[in-house]
Design a protein around this ligand. Sequence first.
Ligand code: GN1
Ligand code: MG
Length: 365
Amino acid sequence: MDHPVGVAEQFTPQGRVLDLREYGHGNVNDTFLVTVEGAAEPHFILQRLNPRVFRRPELVMKNLRIVSDHAARRLARAPLAGRRRFEVPRVLLTRDGRDHVIDPGGSFWRALSFIDAAETFDTIKDAGHAGEVGYALGRFHNLLSDLALERLSDTLPGFHLTPGYLAHYDEVLERRGARPSPEVNYGLRFVAERRAFAPVLEDARTEGRLRERPMHGDPKINNVMLDTATGQAVALVDLDTVKPGLVHYDIGDCLRSGCNPLGEETGDWERVRFEPDLCRAMLQGYLAEARDFLAETDYTYLYDAIRLVAFELGLRFFTDYLAGNVYFKARHPEHNLVRALVQFKLTESIESQAASLSAIIRDLR
Ligand code: GN1
Ligand code: MG
C-alpha cells in the first residue's frame, strides 16, 4: 500500500497535507481524516475501499456521485425549515479530475468532503438522540425518493438479502464445521429455530407487496453526524452501500443499532436489550420525514424488519466467526462470535416485545 499521505496529496489542489490520522471505527474500509493547509475546507476524508467487499469500486463511486449530486440539488431547491442544516458528503476529485486513485499496490482510494462541526456516537445517548438518528434516515430516504432507481447500480450483489446469508452460513458450516462450546451451540440453535423467518422481506418483494427504492445500506448510529452545538442530525454518511433495495432493511438496521443502549460492540452480551422508548422516538423521527412516500403495506412489515435485521447481522457475524474472520475486521479471534451473540440477544429481546412494538408502530402510522 502506498503511503496515504502521497495519495492524500493528489486530492489537494494547492494545499499541503498537514496531518493525516485514522478516523472512525469502520468494520470494512480504512478511513483517514486529512488536514490540509491553505484550502477553503481544511479537512477531508480519505478512504481505502476494502477490495474483498467492494469488488466493483468504480460502480460504488458512480452511485455515490449520483446520490450526492441528486441530494445536493434537492437541498438547494428546498432549504430546510428552522435553520436546520443537512448535508450529504461530496465526492472530491484529484488534480487531474478523477474520482479515485489506484496506488502502486493496487489499492483503491477516494476522498469525500468532511462534515464540519459535527460528531458521531457509537452508542445511543437518549430519546432525543434516537429521534435525530431516525430523522436523518427519513431525511435521506426522502431526498432520494424521486431518484430514478435505474440510475443506481447494484454494487454489492447479495447485500441485505437474508436468505443468501443463510445459504452462505450453511455452506460454511458444511465446509468447516463448528467447534462446540456453550456459546456456539446457542448460536447454532438460535439460527436453526429462525430459518423459516429469513425470507420474510424477500418474499414480500417477490410477491410485489414491497417495492424497491434507493437504500442507504448501513444507517447505523455512528453513521449519523450530529451538530456539536445543537445535537441535531446534520448528515448520514458512509454511502458505499447505497443501491436499489428495500428501505425496510435500512429501518431495521437503524433500529437494531440505535435501540440497543449497550451498543453492538459490548462484551456484556447477556445484558443486551432492545429499548422500546428509544424505538418510539426513532420511528417518530423517521416517519416525520418518511410518511409522504411510505405505502400502507410498508407499515405491515416494519416489525418484521426490526426483528429480521438484528437476526441477519447476528447471522453474518456468526458465519464470519465460523469462517475464520474473513469479512469483518476482528480485534481478537472471538470478536465476531461476541458480536453475533449481542445481535442474537437483541433479536430475542425484540421477539419478547412483539406485541408492544407492533402497538408502537400502529400508534405512529
Ligand atoms: C459493516 O464497515 P462498516 O462498519 O461501515 C457492514 C454493515 C454492518 C456493520 C456492522 C459493507 O459496516 O453491513 O451492518 O459493519 N458493511 C458492509 O457494524 O458489510
Ligand atoms: Mg459501512
